[in-house]
Design a protein around this ligand. Structure first.
Ligand SMILES: [Zn+2]
Length: 171
């Protein structure tokens, strides 16, 4: 499956959106703490699209950030991709929610000891983050996230630009 074309740098007030985007497999990073003044420069340097809710940022020199007005994350995701004028490519549950790194498959025997015993009994497919070592499995949290992904996709599906995007969505 193809990767998303865009990667994003979010300003620090968008922490929730950052986690949601990672959940959808989108490359999303928060601007480092204490670097608010370097937000747009950081985005430019890393080739990321800057995303903020602060309107004042529009007037600064350099590439323009995407400015969101919605206060809920699902609405922000819809706004973000509408602003880019493109259909998103989601690959849910492929990134670490903590560090944005792509997950790798983890054989059952390698995760023993780092997961609760009841999980060990009930689940047999795992993935882990090569950066922080966090182990992921398709437990109740996963099911809840799945529902959320469906809701976000349904919301995005109602947008007109989606039908005119010219490319099929690979979700
Ligand atoms: Zn991680």
């Amino acid at each position: 499956m193809r990767q998303n074309r865009h990667s994003f740098l979010l300003d620090r007030m968008l922490g929730k959106l950052c986690v949601k985007l990672r959940m959808l497999g989108v490359d999303a990073k928060l601007n480092p703490e204490g670097e608010a003044g370097r937000f747009l420069v950081n985005a430019m340097k890393e080739g990321r699209t800057a995303v903020t809710r602060a309107r004042g940022r529009r007037d600064r020199p350099g590439p323009k950030p995407v400015i969101l007005s919605s206060s809920d994350t699902a609405g922000q995701i819809v706004e973000l991709f509408a602003a880019l004028g493109e259909a998103p490519r989601f690959e849910p549950f492929t990134r670490c929610l903590e560090c944005n790194v792509l997950l790798v498959g983890a054989p059952e025997e390698t995760v023993k000891g780092s997961i609760p015993p009841n999980v060990e009994k009930s689940f047999h497919r795992f993935s882990s983050c090569p950066a922080c070592g966090r182990v992921y499995w398709e437990g109740s949290h996963f099911q809840a996230m799945k529902e959320e992904v469906k809701k976000i996709e349904a919301k995005l599906g109602r947008n007109e630009w989606n039908e005119n995007a010219g490319e099929p969505r690979s979700v």
